[in-house]
Design a protein around this ligand. Structure first.
Ligand code: NAP
Length: 334
């Protein structure tokens, strides 16, 4: 067998499906692909490189030495198989929040801290989707001058909540257009023609779990525990791709032109910043592509020291915020 044994845990999910796409599109050296899910989906089929494969029950799967496990079935699921997979010699690239902040677990965005992949002890964590698209966009700017503080507002799509939430948004829109009041199925509130504060539980500091994840993970990825980060996470009626409005305070002055040039020449990002045409990053343009779109770069008018910029970013969180980033990490493993 040439190529590697790769398993996808949560293959029927929004992220799992895009993992299949990314492995195929990037021509990852897959020798054997093992599609895994719960017993609910065992026996169903997925297609990979034109071949139909049968989904297996994760609980019955036997991990092997050298197997790469791309995992996206929720934190509680990763907790159930982590030890047995690592004991068999497999390496897990985990999309869930289960171990991201654990000491010694690398939390990796290849364009930022890809060198950390080599330090793993069987599990590498993939960051939260908002933290992923944020850090890949900010890293070229951070290299111009250390960032002291960020104020972020997110505009998060339904796809961030999984395949069922995407289907729910589509059906809610249909119901509203038919004059009905939709009953949300996979979301806590109506999202069609509405926005709501991210449904992650509110924690002791008054921020919700999603907001606290972005703060902690951004600091870990940048290896800079001192960055001040204030954030509000909001769900918007967009099917796919998250956006974020970010106010940045630098240690030293950074001009708009310097920032544009840094984005132009950095990997993983694309400058979309056309003031004349009023054309800036949009989730529709970001959907299905690898790069995070960065634009609306302007000097913060509330300060006179040149140390503030405002930017707007859109990134496909199913790709860079999840599946693509995981496959990029796997590429570093082989
Ligand atoms: N969506 C995003 O943008 C995004 C980004 C970054 C990280 N993540 C994380 O990735 C994970 C999956 O997200 P998603 O959006 O793809 O969710 P999703 O669409 O709801 O898919 C969940 C997947 O997990 C599987 N699963 C559930 N319970 C399982 C079990 N006990 N054993 C094995 N498989 C099980 C499901 O399989 P069945 O068909 O058998 O139910 C399905 O394939 C979550 O932890 C999420 O936080 C998501």
């Amino acid at each position: 067998m040439s190529g590697h044994r790769v398993s996808i845990v949560g293959v029927t999910g929004a992220v799992g499906q895009v993992m299949l796409e990314c492995l195929e599109q990037r021509n990852f050296p897959v020798g054997e692909l093992c599609p895994l899910a719960s017993s609910r989906s065992a026996g169903k089929k997925v297609t990979f490189k034109g071949q139909e494969l049968t989904i297996q029950d994760l609980e019955k799967h036997e991990f092997q030495k050298g197997e790469i496990v791309l995992s996206s079935a929720g934190a509680s699921v990763t907790r159930t198989f982590r030890e047995r997979a690592i004991a068999s010699g497999a390496v897990i690239v985990d999309n869930t929040s289960a171990f991201r902040m654990e000491e010694g677990v690398p939390l990796v965005i290849p364009e930022v801290n890809g060198d950390k992949v080599a330090t793993h002890s069987g599990l590498i964590a993939n960051p939260n989707c908002c933290a992923a698209i944020l850090t890949v966009a900010l890293w070229p700017l951070y290299k111009l001058s250390r960032i002291k503080r960020l104020v972020i507002s997110t505009y998060q799509s339904a796809s961030g909540a999984g395949a069922a939430a995407m289907a729910d948004l589509v059906s809610q829109c249909g119901e509203v257009l038919e004059g009905k009041t939709p009953a949300p199925k996979a979301m806590p509130h109506q999202l069609a023609f509405n926005v709501y504060s991210h449904n992650a539980a509110i924690e002791a500091n008054g921020y919700n779990g999603e907001e606290n994840k972005v703060v902690a993970e951004t600091r870990k990825i940048f290896n800079d525990p001192e960055i001040g980060i204030a954030i509000t996470c909001v769900r918007v009626p967009v099917l796919r791709a998250h956006s974020e409005a970010v106010n940045i305070e630098f240690e030293n002055p950074v001009s708009v032109e310097e920032a544009r040039e840094a984005i132009r020449s950095a990997p993983g990002v694309r400058l979309v910043d056309d003031r004349e045409k009023n054309y800036f990053p949009m989730p529709l343009d970001a959907s299905g592509i690898d790069e995070v779109l960065v634009g609306r770069i302007r000097s913060d008018i509330s300060r006179t020291d040149g140390r503030g910029l405002e930017i707007f970013i859109s990134g496909d969180q199913l790709r860079k915020g999840a599946a693509l980033n995981a496959v990029q990490i796997a590429e570093q493993l082989v």
